[in-house]
Design a protein around this ligand. Structure first.
Ligand SMILES: CC(C)(COP(=O)(O)OP(=O)(O)OC[C@H]1O[C@@H](n2cnc3c(N)ncnc32)[C@H](O)[C@@H]1O)[C@@H](O)C(=O)NCCC(=O)NCCS
Ligand SMILES: Nc1ncnc2c1ncn2[C@@H]1O[C@H](COP(=O)(O)OP(=O)(O)OP(=O)(O)O)[C@@H](O)[C@H]1O
Length: 197
C-alpha cells in the first residue's frame, strides 16, 4: 500500500530539514525545489523555454538563479511567466516519481502545495511552521536573497495560518529534537491509518 503525504510551509520554515527527518525514518522523498534545480541545470527541460522568454537568464547552458531573481524583482509579471513554464514540467517530474513507487510512505515536499491545488493529490498534508521573525532570520542568513526578494516571494504564498488550517498535521520547527518527535508521531498516525485501510 502507498500513502502520499504532502509536506508544505512558508519559505524557510523548515520543509527540507523536516523532509530529511522523514527520509531518515524510511520515507521516500520528492522535493519540488530540487526538481526545479534539475530543470534549470545544463540539459534541463526548462532551459530552452526560459531562454526563449528571458535570454539574459541563461549562462553556460543553465538558468542563472541570481539573474532570474533580479528580473523578478524588477518586474512582478516575470515570476508568473516563469511559473507557467516551470510548473507543468515540475508536475510531470512528480508524476514520474509517483508512478515509479508502488508501496510505502511517499513525502512530497512542495512549497506551493495549496497554491497550485496539488493538495488534492495527497492522502494527507503536514505543514511546518516557525514564528515569522525566526523565518526571516533563517532565510536572510542563507545570503541568497535580499529582504525585498524575501518579501516578494512571501507575498506570493498563502499566509502560514491558512496553510496550517488546511493541513492534517502541524510540525513546529523551533528545534531539531522537537521536529523529530513530531515527525515520529505523524508517522505513527499514518501507519495506524494504513493498518486500518
Ligand atoms: C525564485 C527563484 C529564482 C529563487 O531561487 P532560489 O535558489 O533563491 O530559491 P529556491 O528555488 O531554493 O526557493 C526557495 C523558496 O522560495 C519559495 N518560492 C520559490 N518559487 C516560488 C514561487 N513561484 N512562488 C512562491 N514562493 C516561491 C519557496 O518557498 C521555495 O522553497 C526560484 O525559486 C524559481 O525559479 N522559482 C520559480 C519556480 C517555482 O515556482 N518553484 C517553486 C516550487 S515548484
Ligand atoms: N527543526 C529545526 N530546528 C532548527 N533549525 C531548523 C529546523 N528546521 C529548519 N531549520 C533551519 O531553518 C533554515 C531553513 O530550513 P529549510 O532549508 O529546511 O527550510 P525550507 O522550508 O526547505 O526553505 P525554502 O522554502 O527556502 O526551500 C535552515 O537553516 C535550517 O537549518
Amino acid at each position: 500500500m502507498r500513502f502520499s503525504l504532502g509536506l508544505t510551509g512558508s519559505i524557510g520554515m523548515g520543509k527540507s530539514t523536516t523532509a530529511k527527518i522523514f527520509a531518515e525514518l524510511g520515507c521516500k522523498i520528492w522535493d519540488a525545489d530540487a526538481a526545479v534545480h534539475r530543470l534549470y541545470s545544463l540539459g534541463g527541460a526548462a532551459v530552452g523555454p526560459i531562454g526563449d522568454a528571458f535570454p539574459t537568464a541563461i549562462k553556460n547552458g543553465a538558468v542563472d538563479r541570481g539573474i532570474l531573481k533580479d528580473l523578478i524583482l524588477n518586474d512582478k509579471s516575470v515570476l508568473d511567466q516563469i511559473e507557467s513554464i516551470v510548473h507543468p514540467l515540475v508536475q510531470a517530474d512528480r508524476q514520474a516519481f509517483r508512478s515509479s513507487i508502488k508501496t510505502g510512505i511517499l513525502v512530497f515536499d512542495i512549497p506551493l502545495l495549496f497554491e497550485t491545488g496539488s493538495d488534492t493529490e495527497m492522502d494527507a498534508v503536514a505543514c511546518v511552521y516557525v514564528d515569522p521573525k525566526t523565518q526571516q532570520g533563517r532565510v536572510l542568513a542563507r545570503g541568497t536573497m535580499s529582504a525585498s526578494q524575501f518579501d516578494q516571494i512571501l507575498s506570493k504564498q498563502l499566509p502560514i495560518d491558512e496553510k496550517l488550517r488546511k493541513s492534517d498535521y502541524k510540525i513546529e520547527t523551533d528545534s531539531l529534537p522537537h521536529a523529530r518527535d513530531q515527525v515520529s508521531a505523524v508517522l505513527d498516525d499514518i501507519r495506524r491509518r494504513m493498518g486500518h485501510a
